[in-house]
Design a protein. Sequence first.
Length: 59
Amino acid sequence: SKVAEAIVDLVAMPHGHRPFRVHIDPSDDGAAIVNGVADRVRAQLLERIGLADLLHPKP
């Protein structure tokens, strides 16, 4: 049911406000922290190689 609730919440968000990733972690094993670090490093890489425009939705 948490997954379904997250989907409903995502669909209700306006364009440009949806997150890249949503964490549903019933085991609380730290995946949200690991994914947060990976997202930050990915964003830094895209900025370094000149593709930072991929980090934001187009209007």
